[in-house]
Write a protein that binds this ligand. Structure first.
Ligand code: SF4
Length: 149
């Protein structure tokens, strides 16, 4: 497990990884995605669940949903720190896999206290907070690393 974290760090995509334990059960894992990863032209209401994504290919949410589909982990799209904190409080995960910018990851990791966080830095081809993206392979690898198969 530590091995995979080191590998991920070398890509400079994983910002913080405070996880050095054994993989958790899927139901104890929470995935947090930022709302800005959804296409700005998409009208689907993802705050109600990723299952509302139509998988049209207009953004990475469809691919991420496919990765998550068979895993049984909890996942949510959040709008900033307050929204993320509410999801964490209601789901009580043992570990969080979060996609966000460096700034949001840093503040989010402080906010959740003792819960371990693996943070994947998002890609921002159009600047911050709009039509952001993520490396799906790194996301998948990170999820496999922290989640009992
Ligand atoms: S992949 Fe899903 S979230 Fe992204 S634009 Fe298509 S329907 Fe909307």
């Amino acid at each position: 497990m530590v091995e995979v974290i080191v590998e991920a760090r070398e890509t400079e995509k994983v910002y913080y990884a405070r996880y050095f334990g054994v993989p958790e059960r899927p139901e104890d894992v929470l995935v947090l995605l930022p709302h800005c990863i959804q296409s700005s032209t998409c009208k689907q209401e993802l705050a109600e669940g990723l299952s509302n994504c139509l998988g049209c290919g207009g953004c990475k949410v469809g691919e991420l949903s496919n990765v998550l589909a068979s895993t049984g982990v909890k996942a949510a799209v959040v709008r900033g720190g307050t929204s993320a904190r509410q999801v964490v409080q209601s789901t009580r995960p043992k570990i969080i896999l979060a996609v966000a910018c460096e700034r949001e990851l840093e503040s989010g990791i402080k906010d959740v206290g003792s819960i371990p966080v693996v943070g994947i830095i998002n890609d921002r081809p159009f600047g911050p907070c709009k039509n952001t993206s993520v490396d799906v392979d790194i996301f998948k690898k990170s999820l496999e690393m922290i989640c009992k198969q």
